[in-house]
Design a protein around this ligand. Structure first.
Ligand code: KG4
Ligand code: ZN
Length: 326
């Protein structure tokens, strides 16, 4: 759906047999962000090889595959179209059921692969480069939106603030590492206010952080990048954890999970585990490789759609703005 091409073989929605990922990050780095045209072209080049690798690594042939799941949206249209076309070709050629999966639902489902005992209901924070939601997972495939960002996604905020520190795209992971060595009390950043109890806003924080950096530099004051990164990371993580735990506790949830690229953030992982457990919740955190974009999470979500008999037709189309809660 964005800048990763991936295919996976998943057994019963839970067991990952393979999950190769071709990342295009290096190609987009010089532009400071994902260039959709380049992404589409690279997906076309990589998709068949990823499917072959997924089968090979799972040590199985296409004959033992029962169904094909694919990301229908949200995401970049050219990327989505490549995946949808490849999945349709496989489904048609092999006479297999085709299943359409929402990318965000895929992120949530990474938790099923990572935690074989986790079952709904649970509350899940989904924080990625394009989306930030707090979701109540009531049953498999049944989601209720409790809150989310009113403007930028959490990952987007990380990436934009990282740029000010001259960290290459995508800045999130590198800013995270830099922050590990910094003092998170060194700089004071605003705590954004939102109307909705479980909503958060990053646009104001991001702008304040970027403006403050420019202001200091104009005055000839050197910014301590490690402290800056640590202070910013602390603001974002506190906000995400506060809102997620409030939503979970207020709705009577017993379990809380996290998903999406930002769930790879080391402070977010540590704080959600620490504060969640202190509040009496069971906390589920997938390994980092299952937090960022991958195909096994799509396969897992697809399995539960297949079990519910929710199949897609062969005229399936990519939907760049597909909404999971509509
Ligand atoms: O879920 P994902 O792989 O792709 C989207 O669906 O957007 O998320 C990518 C986002 C990027 O913004 C990236 O900077 C952020 O996740 N990210 C992180 C970390 N690892 C990835 N943000 C903060 N800390 C990290 N360790
Ligand atoms: Zn994603």
């Amino acid at each position: 759906s964005c800048d990763e091409t991936s295919a996976a073989v998943v057994d019963d929605g839970r067991i990952m047999l393979s999950n190769p990922i071709a990342s295009q990050i290096k190609l987009h780095e010089i532009y400071g962000g994902v260039v959709p045209e380049i992404a589409s072209r690279m997906h076309v080049e990589a998709v068949d090889a990823m499917v072959d690798q997924a089968l090979e690594q799972a040590n199985c042939s296409i004959d033992s595959i029962d169904a094909i799941a694919v990301t229908q949206g949200p995401g970049l249209v050219g990327a989505l179209l490549t995946g949808v076309a490849a999945a349709k070709a496989l489904a048609m050629g092999r006479e297999l059921p085709l299943i359409a999966v929402n990318h965000i639902e895929g992120h949530v489902s990474a938790n099923y692969v990572a935690h074989p005992d986790l079952e709904p209901p649970f509350v899940c924070l989904v924080a990625s480069g394009g989306h930030s939601h707090i979701v109540s997972v009531n049953h498999y495939g049944s989601y209720e939106l409790l809150g989310g960002t009113t403007d930028d996604a959490a990952g987007e905020a990380f990436d934009k603030v990282a740029r000010v520190l001259n960290i290459p795209y995508p800045g999130g992971p590198l800013l995270d590492r830099l922050a590990d060595e910094g003092d998170d009390h060194a700089y004071k950043f605003p705590r954004p206010h939102t109307e909705g109890k479980y909503d958060f806003s990053f646009s104001g924080l991001k702008t304040a952080v970027i403006n403050q950096a420019h202001h200091l530099r104009q005055q000839g004051v050197e910014i301590n990048a490690k402290d800056w990164a640590a202070s910013f990371r602390r603001s974002v993580v506190d906000l995400l954890v506060d809102k997620t735990l409030s939503a979970a506790l207020d709705t009577g949830a017993k379990r809380v999970a996290v998903a999406g690229g930002v769930a790879a953030n080391s402070l977010l992982r540590a704080e959600l585990a620490r504060r969640g457990e202190k509040a009496g919740l069971q906390v589920f955190i997938p390994p980092k490789r299952l937090c960022t974009d991958n195909a096994v999470m799509i396969g897992s979500a697809g399995f539960y759609r297949l079990m519910a008999g929710e199949l897609a037709a062969l005229d399936l189309n990519a939907l760049p703005s597909l909404n999971m809660f509509g």
